[in-house]
Design a protein around this ligand. Structure first.
Ligand SMILES: [Zn+2]
Length: 177
């Protein structure tokens, strides 16, 4: 009896699941609004962040509040956009652009989210201590650096959307225009 009922279960369920599976695949392939990575996931962004340990958790938590957990690749480099455009870190720049290209190819991302932060030691190394000595000075510095980053991104990957912000050590973020 047990075997019979189990066999009967297979006989009536499998064709139904099979049809639903095939229909589901066909429908999602036909209706899919965005490109998908090779593993079938629709990833959204590459996150560009500083290596500063104080910001690792806040930045990822902020991405989570935006519903992006599991939907972004991540490139961490000292200074975030500072590490990508500052002449002092010229030797690093290619690594970012190459990794961004790889993420576009592999994960089909369509956006870069660049998060700089206050009290950034890398910004002080690249542009001098005075550049981050006051909140006003560091806002001005990171706004200018983000502008340079956007200009460079527009040249290299014009199809990508971009947004950026300056995060305080408490996790509060001000977005750049
Ligand atoms: Zn930093």
């Amino acid at each position: 009896m047990t075997m019979l009922s189990s066999r009967r279960g297979c006989a009536c369920c499998l064709p139904t699941l099979g049809r639903r599976g095939i229909f589901g695949l066909a429908a999602s392939a036909f209706l899919a609004p965005m490109a998908r990575a090779e593993d079938g996931t629709a990833y959204d962004s590459m996150l560009l962040t500083c290596i500063d340990p104080r910001l690792v958790t806040p930045v990822n938590a902020w991405m989570g509040t935006r519903g992006l957990t599991g939907k972004f690749s991540q490139f961490a480099i000292a200074g975030a956009p500072v590490g990508v455009v500052a002449p002092a870190f010229a030797a690093w720049h290619t690594a970012f652009w190459d990794n961004l290209g790889a993420s576009i190819q592999l994960h089909k991302i369509t956006r870069v989210i660049a998060v700089a932060h206050r009290d950034c030691g890398a910004a002080a190394i690249a542009y001098g201590d005075a550049s981050i000595a006051t909140p006003e000075a560091e806002t001005a510095l990171h706004t200018r650096v983000y502008g340079e980053f956007k200009t460079e991104l527009a040249k290299r990957q014009p199809s990508l959307r971009v947004e950026g912000g300056l995060m305080a050590l408490d996790g509060k973020i001000e977005m750049f225009a």
